[in-house]
Design a protein around this ligand. Structure first.
Ligand code: ZN
Length: 176
């Protein structure tokens, strides 16, 4: 795959890249490392705590996050999968691909993530609360799932106008 890493940028709902099921990564090369590094930069610039590859238009199973916001706490997971979900808590979430949208999402309170690092080595971590929530949110993206698919009826009504505005914006961009 030939990717212009400098040109990567966040895509917004309803961009079709956000609805694709992403492909398993098999090549652990310099390009992959460069993509992950660039994604972290884009995430920080957007003041986000996590970012998935489809959010920059790439159909790859790659997520980056920083749950503490501290320097050098950027984390990269290749081909992540969520396991052993336990508990159930609701909390507000936003998404860099859904500007202006904050909705309550019910997620497991504790889980494990199994993935690979940039060299292809297996990694496995256990987490709870915010960390576990970010893992689930970002891994959802790799299957084309967004928070608007998980919100309840109240948020559905509250976000209708903002979603429609994003749709109009995307439509006018696509047209011209
Ligand atoms: Zn998101």
């Amino acid at each position: 795959m030939d990717i212009d890493i400098e040109k990567l940028a966040i895509v917004h709902y309803p961009h079709p890249a956000l609805r694709k099921r992403c492909e398993t990564i098999e090549k652990f090369d310099e390009q992959l490392a460069a993509i992950a590094k660039r994604m972290l930069e884009i995430m920080y610039a957007g003041k986000g705590v996590g970012l998935a590859a489809p959010q920059v238009g790439l159909a790859l199973r790659l997520i980056v996050l920083n749950p503490t916001g501290e320097e050098h706490d950027g984390r990269i997971y290749v081909n992540p999968a969520i396991r052993d979900m336990q508990g159930n808590v609701e909390a507000e979430e936003g998404c860099l691909s859904l500007p202006g949208i904050n909705v309550n999402v019910r997620r497991a309170q504790r889980c494990r993530i199994v993935a690979q690092d940039l060299q292809g080595n297996p990694i496995e971590h256990e987490g709870s609360d915010l960390l576990c929530r970010i893992w689930q949110h970002e891994t959802d993206h790799l299957n084309g799932v967004m928070i608007v698919d998980r919100m309840g009826p109240t948020d559905r009504i509250a976000t209708r106008k903002t979603l429609r505005a994003l749709e109009d914006q995307f439509g006018s961009k696509a047209a011209g």
